[in-house]
Design a protein around this ligand. Structure first.
Ligand SMILES: NC(=O)c1ccc[n+]([C@@H]2O[C@H](COP(=O)([O-])OP(=O)(O)OC[C@H]3O[C@@H](n4cnc5c(N)ncnc54)[C@H](OP(=O)(O)O)[C@@H]3O)[C@@H](O)[C@H]2O)c1
Length: 293
């Protein structure tokens, strides 16, 4: 594995889909041990992953099974999204009390006494940055959270929160893949690069659609990704996509979504691959359907 970020590993294992993997606690334990052996020590969670927070709960059972694991991993979790049932709607809440309560609930489900990283999951139009900062200060002082960051924030939202929080926000977790180019175009990655904040990249494989969708864009992308795979000696197009994401100068850290350990192993191989500028842009052109000016 390449040199690590001080807080998270060069690849992160996402646990959003854990409840769909159909694994027993013992099999989940084996999966975690296997990706740890590959150097993937950081795991990504959120209270909204799985029905009734099932993913945090299941992961907590794995940690309870083997108490030696907690010191070998960094746990990222999030807060701020609330599911509503009719007549209520899904909504966001990053008020101080909501943040404190959400973290306590995550800690209880995960069967741990601290999170390594807490992210505000989505920008909340009602966020009072002073209140959120107060919650962060309190969580840090209590030893419940070591580092803080955000997810899906625009540069302005990031700047606002950072202006009130004493510590540096350590990441903005955003969607990055060759299908959705938004953060490469709206200033998000430039701002993170400027501040030397490493983004975490979610859904690098567009949630798997890149393999199955029959749209013209996906057909073009698959054709070009296969072409580049042959040129650089990649064993799969997912390796090319991870290399494409990591080639961005903000140095995004991919969050893997697969529950298939061989696909996780393949992703680790992408750390050894580098795309030329021309190969990177060939994939961009395939996504856009037109060339650069
Ligand atoms: N902050 C946020 O708002 C946010 C949003 C979404 C996700 N996330 C985080 O990012 C992580 C990754 O997101 P993601 O799960 O959408 O990642 P992804 O890598 O884009 O998609 C993973 C899906 O693709 C499938 N897949 C992978 N390789 C494949 C292949 N070669 N052929 C066919 N299907 C393949 C996987 O199935 P298999 O399991 O069968 O391999 C899995 O269902 C999540 O776990 C979560 O931690 C964060």
């Amino acid at each position: 594995m390449q040199k690590s970020h001080p807080v998270f590993s060069p690849l992160i294992q996402g646990y959003w889909r854990m409840a769909e993997w159909g694994m027993t606690t013992q099999q989940q334990h084996t999966f975690l041990k296997q990706h740890l052996e590959m150097g993937i020590t950081t795991v990504d969670h959120a209270p909204v992953y799985g029905p009734d927070s099932a993913c945090e709960r299941m992961f907590g059972q794995v940690l309870a099974l083997d108490s030696s694991l907690r010191d070998q991993i960094e746990i990222v979790s999030k807060c701020g999204i609330y599911r509503g049932e009719h007549p209520q709607v899904n909504h966001y809440n990053s008020g101080k009390d909501a943040i404190l309560k959400s973290v306590d609930e995550s800690l209880s489900r995960l069967q741990t006494d601290h999170l390594d990283v807490l992210l505000l999951h989505r920008p909340d139009l009602l966020m009072d940055a002073d209140e959120a900062a107060e919650a962060f200060t309190q969580l840090k002082a209590a030893g419940k959270v070591k580092h803080f960051g955000v997810s899906n924030f625009t540069p302005a939202q990031f700047e606002l929160l950072q202006s009130r929080v004493d510590e540096p926000l350590i990441t903005n977790q955003v969607e990055i893949n060759p299908v959705n180019l938004l953060v490469t175009e709206d200033g998000t990655l430039e701002q993170l690069q400027q501040q030397r904040v490493q983004p975490m990249a979610w859904s690098c494989l567009a949630g798997g659609r890149i393999f199955s969708d029959n749209s013209e864009q996906m057909e073009r992308l698959r054709h070009t990704l296969n072409e580049v795979a042959a040129e650089i000696g990649a064993t799969s197009i997912d390796q090319v996509i991870f290399a494409w994401v990591m080639r961005l100068p903000a140095k995004p850290v991919p969050i893997l979504g697969s529950g298939n350990i061989e696909r996780v192993r393949s992703a680790v191989g992408a750390l050894e691959l580098t795309l030329t500028n021309e190969q990177w842009y060939r994939i961009w052109v395939a996504s856009k359907g037109h060339g650069v000016a």
